[in-house]
Write a new protein. Structure first.
Length: 296
């Protein structure tokens, strides 16, 4: 009787495992079919339950990462778009955000970050070390950032590929579990990326924004500073995107454009703006001080 009971239990376990494996294979098969239907130009290396590994495209405006390093962020988004055969109009990447497969950051990593990602390194965002690709992909801020370029590969989650194709900006479940200030920065980032798409003449994004009453001053200024690396038109687009949603920081609630924003920032303690060098230049610029605010 005891042996018969054990046999039944073992049979149940084996049947369950077989059903699980069959379901996994069916899931991967359907993902493979979907992928080849929608991205015929992509060179697929492997398809996993959690994502896809593609051959990295050759891109003249995106240099190969240093030996042992890879790219995340904007460089990875651009590489994924190119690998999928999707159009884009970017000629350069503002910062090359680095990753390295290792357990800890060392002094060489910090030097490399200052060289290739000066803006991010200034705010303490240097080289990110990863030990597991799948774990890395589940700890991103936006679904379209669930991807990396490493050596000759582009690795991305299925959600990143879907939202890249559909032009959707949305926070990940991981991001939604973070504190309010972190979410503020991510929302500001979403609005900046949306403004960048308009600036570069790309298809607009659909934004899946969580409810928010206003951005924090730091989150807003952090991403306004990053727009100033381009022409001021991008800054105006970013300010407009935040303003039309009624979520400008309370200190800047009346801002209508970049000049008006700078004028309002002059009323704040310099300690709140000195960490943003491009903004500080505008705040201290005699030419900006002499302009009249045009009210619409």
């Amino acid at each position: 009787m005891r042996d018969r009971t054990r046999f039944k239990a073992l049979k149940t376990i084996l049947l369950g495992r077989e059903q699980y494996l069959n379901a996994s294979e069916c899931g991967i098969a359907s993902k493979r079919k979907f992928f080849f239907q929608h991205f015929p130009e992509a060179r697929v290396r492997s398809i996993h339950p959690w994502g896809v590994t593609l051959e990295a495209p050759t891109m003249k405006h995106l240099p190969l990462p240093p030996a042992g390093y890879g790219y995340k962020g904007g460089a990875a988004r651009l590489a994924l778009q190119t690998a999928l055969g999707l159009p884009h109009h970017r000629q350069r990447i503002r910062d090359l955000d680095l990753i390295r497969v290792t357990l800890r950051v060392d002094s060489i990593d910090n030097s490399m970050a200052k060289k290739l990602s000066p803006d991010d390194a200034r705010y303490g965002f240097g080289v990110e070390c990863i030990s597991d690709f799948q774990q890395y992909l589940t700890s991103r801020d936006l679904t379209i950032n669930e991807g990396i370029v490493f050596q000759d590969r582009v690795i991305a989650s299925h959600q990143a590929i879907s939202d890249t194709k559909e032009r959707i900006l949305r926070m990940t479940q991981y991001a939604k579990s973070q504190n309010q200030e972190s979410q503020n920065r991510i929302i500001a980032k979403m609005l900046r990326l949306s403004a960048e798409a308009v600036y570069y003449g790309e298809d607009s994004y659909s934004l899946d924004l969580p409810p928010i009453s206003e951005l924090s001053l730091f989150a807003f200024l952090l991403h306004l500073e990053r727009t100033l690396n381009e022409k001021k038109k991008l800054s105006e687009l970013f300010i407009g995107a935040v303003s039309e949603r009624g979520i400008l920081p309370k200190e800047l609630m009346q801002a209508t454009n970049l000049h008006h924003t700078v004028k309002l920032l002059r009323n704040l303690p310099s300690s709140q703006t000195r960490q943003f060098p491009l903004l500080s230049q505008l705040i201290n610029s005699k030419q900006e001080k002499g302009k009249k605010v045009i009210r619409l």
